[in-house]
Ligand binder design. Sequence first.
Ligand SMILES: CSC[C@H]1O[C@@H](n2cnc3c(O)ncnc32)[C@H](O)[C@@H]1O
Ligand SMILES: [Zn+2]
Length: 415
Amino acid sequence: MSLLIKNIELNGVCTDVLIQGNRFASIAPELEAEGAEILDATGMAIIPGLVNMHTHASMTLLRSYADDLHLHDWLNNHIWPLEATMTEEDIYHGARLACLEMIKSGTTCFADMYWHFHGVARAVEEMGLRAVLSSVFIDLNDEARAEKERKLAEKLYEESKRYSDRIGFSLGPHAIYTVSEASLKWAKAFARENGLLFHIHLSETEKEVADCLAEHGLRPVQWLEKNGLLDEQTIAAHVVHVNDEEIEILARRGVQVVHNPGSNMKLASGSFPVQKMLQAGVKLSLGTDGASSNNNLCMLEEMKLAALQAKVVHGDPTLLPAKTVFDMATGNGAAALGLDAGEIAEGRLADCVMVNLENPRLVPGYDLISDMVYSADSSCIDTVICNGRVLMRNGRVDGEEEIIAEARKYKNRFQ
Ligand SMILES: CSC[C@H]1O[C@@H](n2cnc3c(O)ncnc32)[C@H](O)[C@@H]1O
Ligand SMILES: [Zn+2]
């Protein structure tokens, strides 16, 4: 199956792009390909699909359900009691809505952490996105629960192999304050044995740091380092409260740090030390977190938030320029997930977005990357392709009304 995209702007030059199977086969002007489906892209530009490196997709069902709260109050008194009532079917409907929202805003791949793995996996499979999905691990220091969680993770890993290769599996120990030391070590060992990522919330609040210091005499990053839990296969979300020594550890260990500016600001978790992280050479990508702490899954908005927050916090408009934040939202995310994607180049996986250059937000068009970071919104996204398959064309996704109607029913159920 071939797809020939005609007359598209790539890095400011008009070209054709041939996709064969799930990869970019050829990029050159005036290509021909017998039997290929032709997509006329006059007036459009092509960019890599955005990669949302930390989210909880099904939390779309909890959007605007419990707002303006501190993290621990929000989780303990509002979110967790409601999540405890959610079934796999609920999570499927929430994840479908999330996939729809992500496709419409130019995301082709995401790293997720949520309950009921199969509910999310089924939605991703149907919607055509690429994702690395974590099986959640929370034991609250209870050995019986830990044993159950270990068995579940092993089982889900085996079962995850039934899905297409667009869907990857990772370990998802929630955080150091919800998972015991023994379970964290078990999860990391299991991840290493099986070549899997280990995805955790880390140093999100001052309370997390203070509790860790009180319990272990070490800060969270130091404590994870001491326990051998940090490496290039570790995805650490938030990472707001870290000192210079911890930043050096994260860089040295090659940890994949995910910046979540929207959630960090909404929950007032704190300000991500982006300047120090960049200077130290920490691997940085970008994520929205769930739609209950953001409250959307738009990576275009997240790029802008990251750039603006860095500038205002450090009083320096040169910080986190558009190109750096765009790379965080594309190539860096793909690399963190070990994917041969994140760039429009021959041989790479065909995950891309076609942007409508006629949209007023992109005119006059001095610099497309700046426009994508500072000006674009979902209305600029015309076409989304993942793994060589068109998921959205002319701003429309097949079946979108039904997905929205199903998800809307939760307004009554969760009230
Ligand atoms: C166990 S699945 C993931 C778990 O994480 C919760 N969650 C969502 N956002 C955050 C956050 O910013 N910090 C910590 N935990 C968060 C979510 O509700 C799920 O229960
Ligand atoms: Zn999170």
